[in-house]
Design a protein around this ligand. Structure first.
Ligand code: AMP
Ligand code: MG
Length: 402
């Protein structure tokens, strides 16, 4: 049995890089950039009004102003603002030359003469006459991004907010890493698929679709191969097909020491080298990790919470690394809501927990590694370090969002 850090390093050191492809921006969510992206324009591309209002010279703010133009968004101003003139301007329109401020429509009044005055001056307008004044309600040309600035780095996992950045710089065919193909196999003669009613001594296969969903959620490309009954032949056949058609294989069950646990032997028969088969993590001590040149195989524990936790701790970091993700592990520490005690401390323990209104973390009711309904109540998993039996209320614990 090895400790978690050794297992984690072994897994990450076995990583390989995927090829690169260009894809449409509409399909880019959840993909990983394989190139640095630069801006082809200034943002904003011109001095832009942040308000619907009037553009004028700040030194004229106490005067009666004559409107010389109306500037809608999308239109270039035709006139220059001079002493005691203004242009009515809409949000997003270019500020005309000569103007250094925009006051809001809500702060304006049209006199009977047709002239406009600025109403309701606020204290911060007092510095209008000082030399430091740089304009109010104007977003300056290039203040967010300058032409040729790097806007996103290679290795960025593209989330919704990144898509807007790519769109704004016209990067409509970003270069991304290809998605790894992952074959999912469930083992167990007691399993029936979720659309079946289990007979006596059967249970539904929850791991198969749990793993497929987990893979979809991190941008991998899963294929589900169904259930292998607990025989060497059935296990071998499914694993062979999954190996031939994928970069990575995820297997649930059959990796422990039971009389019908054939997965490690069949993985070896398929020419994989087993790099470890037990990790000092609870839940789910037995985990078989194997490699064969550019192919990787994970034999996950059968109990669904164990399989879930091992997916979070080992499979996800590997797949992110294979996909070229840089710096995606957000590690949080939160204070415990209550004291925590356990009897055995020989393993690093992860338990399902909730974040409370106080910003603390509290374990949910959880009966053990088959208790998926307990896990479903959790927002996070929290860890209790190896050799620690007692933690005080308020102690900081490692927390991962799930
Ligand atoms: P195993 O790792 O094969 O010894 O299985 C450990 C426990 O997890 C047993 O109670 C199995 O019935 C259960 N189990 C195994 N595979 C699955 C699965 N795909 N879905 C739900 N439970 C499973
Ligand atoms: Mg089994």
């Amino acid at each position: 049995m090895i400790d978690f850090t050794e297992a984690y390093n072994t897994v990450l050191n076995s990583s390989f890089k995927m090829k690169i492809e260009k894809i449409n921006l509409e399909q880019a969510i959840g993909r990983v950039l394989a190139e640095n992206v630069f801006s082809d324009i200034n943002m904003p591309p011109f001095n832009k009004s942040a308000m619907d209002g009037y553009a004028c010279r700040s030194e004229d703010l106490e005067n009666r102003l004559t409107q010389i133009e109306l500037i809608p968004a999308g239109q270039t101003p035709k006139k220059i603002i001079t002493k005691n003139t203004c242009a009515k301007i809409m949000t997003g329109a270019p500020v005309p030359e000569g103007a250094d401020t925009v006051f809001k429509v809500e702060d304006s009044k049209i006199l009977d003469s047709g002239e406009i005055i600025y109403m309701n001056p606020k204290p911060n307008y007092k510095f209008f006459n000082s030399k430091k004044f740089e304009g109010i309600n104007i977003c300056k040309l290039g203040e967010d991004i300058k032409t040729d600035d790097k806007v996103l780095s290679k290795g960025t996992l593209l989330k919704v907010q990144h898509i807007a950045v790519l769109a704004s710089v016209g990067c409509v065919l970003p270069e991304v890493y290809c998605r790894p193909k992952v074959g999912v196999v469930a083992t167990g003669s007691e399993l029936v698929e979720p659309d079946m009613k289990p007979e006596k001594s059967q249970i539904r296969n929850s791991n198969g679709l749990q793993m497929v969903a987990g893979l979809h959620s991190i941008g991998a490309e899963p294929t589900y191969y169904g259930i292998a009954t607990d025989s060497p032949e059935a296990t071998y056949k499914k694993l062979q097909k999954a190996r031939d058609e994928n970069d990575i294989i995820l297997i649930s069950g059959g990796v422990s020491v039971g009389d019908f646990d054939f997965v490690p032997a069949m993985i070896k028969k398929l020419d994989f080298e087993i790099l470890f088969d037990k990790v000092a993590v609870q839940p789910g001590k037995p985990v078989t990790f194997a490699r064969k040149s550019e192919k990787i195989c994970f034999g996950m524990p059968g109990n669904p919470v164990s399989a879930f936790v091992k997916f979070q701790l080992l499979v996800k970091p590997l797949i992110f690394k294979v996909m070229g993700v840089e710096n995606n592990e957000l590690k949080l520490k939160l204070p415990l809501e209550n004291d925590y005690q356990r009897k055995k401390a020989g393993r690093l323990k992860w338990i399902p927990a909730k974040i409370t209104k106080n910003g603390t973390v509290a374990p949910v009711i959880y009966h053990g590694s088959a208790h998926i309904n307990g896990l479903a109540q959790a927002d996070v998993i929290m860890s209790i370090p190896i050799d620690v039996t007692f933690l005080n209320k308020g102690d900081l614990v490692d927390v991962r969002q799930i």
